[in-house]
Design a protein. Sequence first.
Length: 160
Amino acid sequence: MKQKVIQIRMKEYERLEELTEMQVNLVNRAIESAGNAYAPYSGYHVGAAVLLANGKIVTGNNQENAAYPSGLCAERVAIFYAGSQYPDVPVSSIAIAAIRDGTIQEEPVSPCGGCRQVLCEKEFLGATPIEVILYGNRRIQVIQQATDLLPLPFILRKGD
């Protein structure tokens, strides 16, 4: 038997001003998008902003539905929109932020398992790391690649 250890590296910041201009722009777009989420059942408004390799930014937010689980998370809305409008353009970065009761969350919000899987597949298909920025008012976490959030993703490769 072999025992292996999986580790990730993450940068943590206390203030938005510590990030690059592009990262700040993405976070602000994610916050703006969270404000437009349709979340009448949970009251938890999540926004995502995706930077594409061509410089375009697309956003998404969670969309709930009374016929649960027919809704969709912000990250998947943004990633699927990017894939629909720019099918051959890799994703470079994604920022995620959440609002509850009209207030941006103090702690960063991280993607659910389904969104992590979608991010990993998009990263695999684009053959480039996707930086993940998790925003909270108290701290910001920056993960260098999506597979760090899901180190053992389910990926079908040709020939599998």
